[in-house]
Design a protein around this ligand. Structure first.
Ligand SMILES: [Mg+2]
Length: 369
């Protein structure tokens, strides 16, 4: 067999994703950033090897996990590109994991770029390269409404009426009024709610969860309490909760599966938490082996990461891949979101991530190495 062709060039560039609506979650309310943010900086990455083959990745660093474009770029600068190869994914991954001070969003960008290049070289879309299928009728994703005033939550719900499932952020003093406003607008709409660790004690969490029932369908409650509460409290809540509980901040990757199986009914996997598609696939498979329901979520991201995640749809019970429809300057196109149904029919490319730059918004690369 020919020896693996090494990556010879690493190009990374920042891009500010512009949010259609100001975005806030419970952690913003707690820190006083009630108005929410308007922009979300991401870092795109392109790997090129000597044969001219390319792979595209993206890092969406979240301050929630103490990551910034700076931490991503610092990690990317430490990479020796010649230790990466589209022909040797296990070797490339071992090398990445050997580097100190990992930035998970940066590792995610590299993993996604390697898989994009490898799948394209193999002449396959990413899901088939991974040995997975993709639902023929598409995969349903929720659409998220960030925290806001009840009036603006009502207006956002009206705008989002075409989506089959909505996810609502909770954790504000106005939660009850916010939920009532959304219910008034869309009475029978299935909702998912995400407290982002807002409720501090098991008693408070149980009371809040009970207050959510009886007003229309709610599929589950995401991360009711902080991830560092005693395990006994999380188990106490799981035993009593009238709604399924899904761990997000509590589930970084497959290593957390056993603990989460005791504390939750399901887990939310994200590429930027696990460090890419490879580890996200492992995290989904580990959770399923333990009988957990699986969800695939996202940050505010372009179509690069949303498409990468969508290739794992067949391993999930619930999808929450809406980061690219919450922005209005996505520089890429990929998986198509048809009123909440994700499909690769109509994607701009057939291989790898199935993404392509969007005309009119060209990214401007600047070399890292
Ligand atoms: Mg969440």
């Amino acid at each position: 067999m020919l020896s693996p062709e090494p990556v010879t060039a690493t190009t990374a560039w920042r891009f500010d994703l512009a949010l259609t609506h100001a975005w806030a979650i419970a952690t913003d309310v707690r820190s006083g950033r009630i108005g929410g943010k308007r922009h979300c900086p991401v870092v795109f990455l392109e790997l090129t090897d000597r044969a001219g083959r390319r792979g595209l990745g993206e890092a969406s660093p979240s301050t929630q996990y103490r990551e910034t474009p700076g931490t991503v770029e610092a990690f990317l600068r430490r990479i020796d590109p010649s230790r990466l190869s589209f022909d040797d994914l296990p070797g490339s991954r071992s090398y990445l994991e050997s580097l100190p001070d990992p930035s998970m969003p940066a590792r995610c960008a590299v993993d996604v770029a390697l898989l994009d290049g490898a799948a394209r070289a193999a002449g396959l879309p990413l899901h088939r390269f991974l040995g997975l299928g993709f639902p023929a009728s598409g995969a349903v994703s929720s659409f998220t409404i960030g925290l806001d005033t009840p009036e603006r939550m009502e207006a956002k719900a009206r705008e989002a009426a075409r989506f089959p499932v909505l996810k609502m952020k909770l954790g504000a003093p106005t939660d009850a009024a916010n939920l009532a406003a959304v219910r008034r607008t869309l009475p029978g709409k299935p909702l998912r709610v995400d407290a982002n660790a807002a409720w501090k004690t098991r008693e408070e969490a149980l009371e809040r969860i009970r207050s959510l029932t009886g007003h229309g369908p709610i599929e589950f409650v995401e991360q009711p309490m902080p991830p560092d509460v005693p395990e006994a409290d999380a188990i106490w809540l799981k035993e009593r909760s009238p709604l399924p509980l899904v761990g997000d901040e509590s589930y970084q990757d497959a290593r957390d599966a056993d603990r989460c199986a005791r504390c939750f009914h399901g887990v939310n996997v994200k590429l930027v938490k696990t460090g890419g598609v490879t580890a996200a696939k492992e995290a989904l498979e580990a959770a399923r082996r333990l009988g957990l329901k699986t969800m695939l979520g996202c940050m505010i991201e372009s179509s690069v990461l949303i498409s990468a995640a969508a290739h794992l749809a067949s391993l999930t019970d619930w999808l929450d891949l809406d980061g690219n429809v919450l922005i209005d300057n996505d520089p890429f196109q990929g998986v198509v979101n048809l009123d909440g149904r994700l499909t690769f029919d109509g994607a701009p490319a057939h291989l790898g991530l199935q993404t392509a730059p969007r005309a009119g918004l060209p990214p401007v690369p600047s070399p890292v190495h």
